[in-house]
Design a protein around this ligand. Structure first.
Ligand SMILES: Cc1cc2nc3c(=O)[nH]c(=O)nc-3n(C[C@H](O)[C@H](O)[C@H](O)COP(=O)(O)OP(=O)(O)OC[C@H]3O[C@@H](n4cnc5c(N)ncnc54)[C@H](O)[C@@H]3O)c2cc1C
Length: 319
């Protein structure tokens, strides 16, 4: 990281560290892990006192011990980037009330946590801010739902749940030869290579075509146990459809956004552009057929030029 962020080194923002590691691997300085057949770089924690390994980095140190049998106190440890959070999601206001494309509230529909977008993280969530958002918004939204329920007589609409039961019955009835786990792994591998840390027009375009094929393969899967109780494979079959929907909207959103901003990095458009100073709104009613809209970013704080506004000026990212 000396090369990529001379001042902040490993403490540079995660999107920059992720791109730095990926660049090392791409330029042939990665290390191939023989067991997992995955390339990585090394992180050196050997100079840190035992207290840090045993208390501060207890979970990280135990990962290295458990999964690759390495002692972070005395040995170099393997790291590489991995997708672990989704910025964006279901647009909501500060009370978790879901908002439609014109900002109108959808009565009775609430979203909170990682699936929601209450605009805490922009394009680059900072460490620990997800759990902080969960605790804060969980409380706010819980209280709002409680008052909503006390104000209104709510009854489940006729046929509620029938669509989901029919979907799960179709999974249980599947007779195809494809394996759920195999399709998930192949899709994950493709998305990591083509819509991962580095993106460009050609790769993302190919990914969208390949996702159509993955959807066909998903529909040719079958689950080995035809019982809905305690059926992990059935859950993974259902999650596969959810993952495919997310992957398709992410890929199409990445193709549309011809710029780089936070965790979205386009090699063919490596700088940020004010032409894209908005949230991309996506909806998809049929797999692959994505409709786009725009939700403007609230810049009133900047335009107000209040006290300390100087501190919030958008500046080049140098670490
Ligand atoms: C490896 C890793 C490390 C992380 N480290 C940190 C960290 O250090 N600090 C931090 O702030 N954040 C961290 N995060 C992010 C944080 O953990 C997540 O953002 C957070 O757990 C999301 O919580 P959630 O309740 O919104 O969603 P989830 O924890 O994803 O829970 C959603 C639940 O809903 C269930 N579900 C989904 N669909 C349905 C459905 N249709 N019906 C019923 N149930 C459904 C799922 O099975 C799941 O149990 C990390 C994430 C990962 C993956």
């Amino acid at each position: 990281m000396d090369r990529y962020a001379p001042k902040m080194k490993n403490l540079a923002p995660r999107d920059i560290v992720a791109r730095s590691i990926e660049t090392e691997i791409r330029e042939g300085r990665g290390i191939m892990n023989p067991d997992h057949q995955i390339e990585h770089v090394w992180i050196d924690l050997r100079h840190l006192p035992d207290y840090v390994h045993e208390v501060k980095l207890k979970e990280v140190a135990s990962f290295f011990k458990t999964y690759v049998n390495l002692d972070s106190r005395t040995q170099l440890c393997p790291v590489r980037p991995s997708n672990h959070y989704h910025m964006g999601g279901i647009p909501t206001n500060a009370f978790g009330e879901v908002q439609g494309s014109a900002g109108q509230i959808v009565p009775g529909l609430f979203a909170v946590g990682e699936c929601a977008c209450a605009s805490f993280h922009g394009f680059n969530r900072l460490g620990t801010n997800s759990l902080l958002e969960l605790l804060t918004m969980g409380r706010y939204v819980g209280e709002r739902v409680e008052s909503y329920l006390s104000e209104k007589q709510i009854s489940a609409p006729k046929g509620a749940g029938e669509a989901s039961l029919a979907l799960f019955s179709s999974y249980l009835a599947g007779t195809g030869k494809e394996n759920v786990g195999r399709v998930r792994l192949d899709m994950r591998d493709m998305m990591t290579r083509k819509v991962g840390v580095f993106r460009h027009e050609k790769g993302v375009g190919e990914a969208i075509q390949e996702l159509l094929t993955f959807k066909e393969r998903a529909e040719k899967t079958s689950v080995s146990v035809r019982d809905a109780r305690w059926n992990q494979e059935l859950l993974e079959r259902w999650e596969l459809d959810n993952l495919l929907d997310n992957a398709m909207t992410i890929a199409q959103g990445a193709l549309l956004r011809k710029e780089s901003r936070g965790a979205h990095f386009r090699e063919d458009y490596p700088v940020r552009s004010d032409d894209f100073q908005y949230h991309t709104l996506v909806s998809m009613t049929e797999f692959g057929k994505v409709t786009f809209g725009k939700r403007l970013i609230d810049m009133s704080l900047f335009e107000a030029k209040g006290e300390y506004s100087e501190h919030f000026k958008i500046i080049p990212r140098k670490y």
